[in-house]
Design a protein around this ligand. Structure first.
Ligand code: FES
Length: 166
């Protein structure tokens, strides 16, 4: 998926869902719940969020340490809508998956002067399409490694299972 491509679209009812997309739920059900998590295509745990008339999808576990993003609040920082990871409060833009942070100009000068900055894309986001009130996710198959990818690996999943058992 290129950075210019929109991640959310409504298709006309006469157009079939995009090839290689996966049904994740009924529109009204996701709106009512606000967010859902799904194992998409048997390989990727994805969080689908409804916010202010749009759907967004991203890897379910936070790129920092695997935090449960489905429990995160949605807030705006510097005009950009983010999900805030409940574990260590990292901010991730819903549209691009960028990690945002507040940089301090000069820590010795009080009061501190801060600016919002981007760490770049850290969380893999996926495309969401609505067709006939059904919601589909198309996985972002970009070959570029994104930090959240680690929390989708078999290695991570088996470590998680071991931790739950012990
Ligand atoms: S795991 Fe998400 S902020 Fe640390």
């Amino acid at each position: 998926m290129s950075s210019e491509e929109k991640t959310w679209q409504i298709s006309s009812s006469s157009v079939p869902p995009p090839p290689s997309s996966h049904f994740v739920g009924k529109r009204d059900d996701i709106i009512r719940r606000g967010r859902v998590t799904k194992l998409v295509n048997g390989c990727r745990d994805v969080l689908v969020v409804y916010h202010h008339g749009e759907f967004h999808a991203m890897d379910m576990r936070c790129y920092h340490a695997g935090g449960a993003l489905e429990l995160g609040d949605i807030e705006e920082f510097n005009g950009r809508v983010c999900i805030v990871c409940p574990w260590h409060k990292y901010k991730i833009t819903l549209v691009e998956g960028e990690g945002l942070y507040q940089a301090v100009d000069n820590p010795t000068v009080k009061p501190l002067i801060t600016h919002w900055r981007s760490k770049g894309v850290k969380q893999r986001v996926h495309k969401v399409t609505e067709v006939n009130e059904d919601i589909y996710v198309t996985l972002n198959d970009s070959r570029e490694t994104i930090e959240s990818d680690y929390y989708q690996t078999d290695t991570y999943r088996s470590n998680l299972r071991i931790q739950k058992v012990s």
